[in-house]
Design a protein around this ligand. Structure first.
Ligand code: TYM
Length: 372
C-alpha cells in the first residue's frame, strides 16, 4: 500500500480516497443520496456524476431537514497565501451550483489569520491583502449578491472572536495535538486556530438566534477541522455541520498530492494569461502517452495517469465529449500533443470568461464583504 499524507497543511503522495473514507470515518456518496439530491436539483453536477465529490458527512440528514422545510446554508473558505489556482475553484464551482439550485446563503471565510500563523514568510498585511484579491475569484464565479457574505478573519474579528472563544473553551490541547499532530515547538496561535475555522459552521445560527443546518463543501484535506467542529458544536448548543468532500485536482507534474500554490509550474492561476497556460500545459502536463508516435498509434495512451485527461474530467462538462476523448486516447487515435491542445483550449476559454468577471468583481467587492 502506497504512503500518502492528507492534512489541512500537507497533501502528498498517491492518495487512496477509499482509504481516507475509512480513516476519517466519512461516508461515500451513495446512489441513493445522489437520487435524493437530483430530486431537488433536477440534474446532477458533473462533479457528482463523476464522483469528484466522493464523500460526505450527514448529507442525508440535510436532505431530511430540507424536505421538512428546514433550509440549510453553505459555508466554505480560502486560506489566502497567494493567488487563487484552478484547484481552489473546484469546491467553489460546486458551492455555486448548490447555491443556485437550492437558493441558499453562502458564508465564505478568508483565513488571513491562519496563513499568517502557519507561514513564516507572510505578514498580516500580505495575507489580508490576498484575502481581498482571492475574494475577486469567488465573486467572479457568480455567487448571488445579497446572499453571499465574504469576510476576512482579521476584519470581522469582533464578531468571530466572541464565537471562537466558545469553541476554544471546549477544545483541549490534547485533542488539538491528536487531530492535527501539533507538537510543543508549534506556536500557540496554531493550536487555537481551528476554533476560528469552526465559527462560520454556526455563526448565522448564532446571529439569527435560530439553529440552521450547514453544509460545508471542501476538498478532503480540511476534514480534520470539521471533525473538531462536529465534536464541539453540539456542546455549545448548535447542530453538527454536514460536509461534502471533493478529491484534488492533481498537479500538472502528475506527481501525486494536490495542485499546490507553492509550486508555480505545477499550478495554473486564475490570473495566468493564455500563453502562460499553454506553455505550462505543453511543458509540464504529465503524459500517459507512449514514447513514439508509432508506438502510441499502435498501443494507445493511458488516460488514468495522463494529467490533461484527468483535468478534463474536472473541466469538460459534457460526458459525451469526455468519453470520446478517452476512447480516442486509449485507442491511439488521439496523440498527447492533441490532447494537450484540447485541454489548453478548455482552460483558456474558462479563464477568459473568469478574468472578465474578475475585473467586474472589483466594482462590487464591497457589496459582498462583511466587516465589523
Ligand atoms: P485552502 O486555501 O488551502 O483551499 C481552499 C479550498 O480549496 C480546496 N483545495 C482543492 N480542491 C481541489 N483540488 C485542489 N488541488 C485543491 N487545493 C485546495 C481546499 O480543500 C479548500 O476547500 N483553511 C482553509 C480555508 C477555510 C476553509 C473553510 C476551506 C476556512 N474555512 C471552510 C473549506 C471550508 C484553507 O487554507 O483552504
Amino acid at each position: 500500500m502506497g504512503k500518502f499524507t492528507v492534512t489541512p497543511w500537507k497533501v502528498e503522495g498517491e492518495i487512496d480516497y477509499n482509504r481516507l473514507i475509512k480513516e476519517f470515518g466519512t461516508e461515500p456518496i451513495s446512489e441513493g443520496l445522489l437520487q435524493r439530491i437530483r430530486k431537488h436539483t433536477g440534474e446532477l453536477h458533473h462533479f457528482l456524476r463523476r464522483k469528484i465529490f466522493f464523500s460526505h458527512r450527514d448529507m442525508n440528514w440535510i436532505m431530511d431537514e430540507y424536505e421538512k422545510g428546514n433550509k440549510f446554508y453553505l459555508y466554505t473558505g480560502r486560506g489566502p497565501s497567494g493567488n487563487t489556482h484552478i484547484g481552489h475553484m473546484v469546491p467553489w464551482i460546486f458551492t455555486k451550483w448548490l447555491q443556485e439550485k437550492f437558493d441558499v446563503e453562502l458564508w465564505f471565510q478568508m483565513t488571513d489569520d491562519e496563513k499568517f500563523l502557519f507561514n513564516d514568510n507572510l505578514s498580516l498585511e500580505d495575507t489580508n491583502r490576498l484575502a481581498y484579491e482571492n475574494a475577486l475569484d469567488v465573486i467572479a464565479l457568480g455567487f448571488k449578491q445579497g446572499k453571499t457574505f465574504i469576510f476576512s478573519d482579521l476584519d470581522y474579528s469582533k464578531t468571530l472572536y466572541r464565537q471562537a472563544l466558545k469553541v476554544a473553551k471546549k477544545l483541549t490541547v490534547s485533542t488539538a495535538k491528536a487531530v492535527f499532530g501539533f507538537n510543543d515547538s508549534d506556536n500557540v496561535g496554531e493550536l487555537f486556530f481551528t476554533s476560528v475555522q469552526s465559527v462560520p459552521a454556526f455563526l448565522p445560527s448564532a446571529i439569527k438566534g435560530k439553529n440552521m443546518p450547514c453544509i460545508i463543501p471542501h476538498a478532503i484535506d480540511q476534514d480534520a477541522h470539521f471533525r473538531v467542529s462536529r465534536d464541539i458544536l453540539p456542546k455549545i448548543g448548535h447542530y453538527k455541520p454536514a460536509s461534502i468532500h471533493c478529491s484534488f485536482l492533481p498537479p500538472l507534474s502528475g506527481t501525486g498530492g494536490k495542485m499546490s500554490a507553492s509550486v508555480a509550474e505545477s499550478a495554473i492561476y486564475t490570473t495566468d494569461p493564455p500563453e502562460i497556460v499553454e506553455k505550462k500545459i505543453r511543458k509540464y502536463a504529465f503524459s500517459g502517452g507512449k514514447d513514439t508516435v508509432a508506438e502510441h498509434r499502435l498501443k494507445g495512451g493511458n488516460p488514468e495517469i495522463d494529467v490533461s485527461y484527468q483535468w478534463l474530467r474536472f473541466f469538460e462538462e459534457s460526458d459525451e465529449k469526455l468519453k470520446r476523448i478517452r476512447d480516442d486516447y486509449k485507442s491511439g487515435a488521439l496523440l498527447t500533443g492533441e490532447l494537450k491542445q484540447v485541454l489548453i483550449e478548455k482552460i483558456n476559454a474558462f479563464l477568459k470568461h473568469h478574468q472578465e468577471r474578475r475585473e467586474k468583481a472589483k466594482k462590487v467587492l464591497d457589496k459582498f464583504v462583511l466587516r465589523d
